[in-house]
Write a new protein. Structure first.
Length: 249
């Protein structure tokens, strides 16, 4: 694990499906603070920063005692925002946790850092599918790995395709054949982050609408660690109910 790894959370208010979601209050606390307090509690060994492009987010986090780095509002992606922020932070490894992931675990964060102990430029995580409908959904991104644990491909399609059953699978098939859902948590080497912003968007990336394919198309290796812990990302107002339910457990 890098001794100079920092967590940087790219946080912006613009959201098509759930406007202003990071400031949406659950039990009186904005979602961004649920995430911030969670990270500080489960992974206190990593310096924590928030890359923000908005006064309201900056005030919310700074008032609660969290460090912020101001980034330009016109950045095209969270990865570009991370690169701009790390030009100030100066970490050799950047662990990227999303601001709408208030249930991220310490195990996941440490697994991301460990994924860069080899020669991969990027590390991310996968979790096994258990439900056929999730495996079939284009909203659930799939990843397949090589024997060294590095990604062969990410897709919205159901991969691998079960040819012998004509692609029709059930829970019993998934129990016997490990298939993995990609979790949108990453760790990056600083030199990759700097280079990534200058890479031409990839052909596959533009078809699948998956940014990580740009790295693969340009020859970078992505290590995919396997976790048994899933997360609840808050993408829509409906996801709030799932998060609230988790708080009562």
């Amino acid at each position: 694990m890098s001794k100079d790894a920092s967590i940087i959370v790219p946080a912006r208010l613009a959201s098509t499906r759930f406007p202003q979601k990071l400031l949406h209050r659950v039990q009186g606390k904005p979602i961004i603070l649920w995430t911030a307090e969670r990270i500080r509690a489960v992974a206190p060994e990593f310096p924590l920063y928030f890359a923000v492009d908005d006064d309201a987010l900056e005030r919310c986090l700074s008032t609660a005692g969290f460090r912020t780095v101001r980034t330009r509002p016109d950045r095209p992606s969270g990865t570009d925002r991370l690169a701009e922020a790390n030009a100030i932070v100066g970490a050799s490894v950047v662990i990227n946790v999303q601001g709408d992931e208030p249930l991220v675990t310490g195990e996941q964060i440490r697994a991301l850092a460990a994924g860069l102990e080899g020669d991969a430029a990027v590390a991310t995580l996968g979790v096994r599918f258990t439900e056929p409908e999730d495996f079939a959904s284009p909203n659930q991104v799939k990843v397949v790995r090589d024997r060294a644990g590095c990604a062969l491909y990410f897709s919205r399609s159901s991969i691998p395709f079960a040819r012998d059953s004509g692609g029709k699978i059930d829970a019993a098939w998934l129990a016997q054949h490990p298939c993995y859902r990609h979790l949108g948590l990453y760790a990056y080497r600083a030199e990759f982050l700097q280079a990534f912003c200058g890479l031409e968007p990839g052909f596959l990336e533009q078809i699948e609408k998956l940014e990580q394919l740009r790295a693969m198309e340009h020859g970078y290796r992505i290590h995919v660690g396997i976790t048994e812990q899933t997360t609840i990302g808050i993408d829509t107002p409906e996801d709030i109910a799932l998060f609230e339910a988790s708080l009562t457990k």
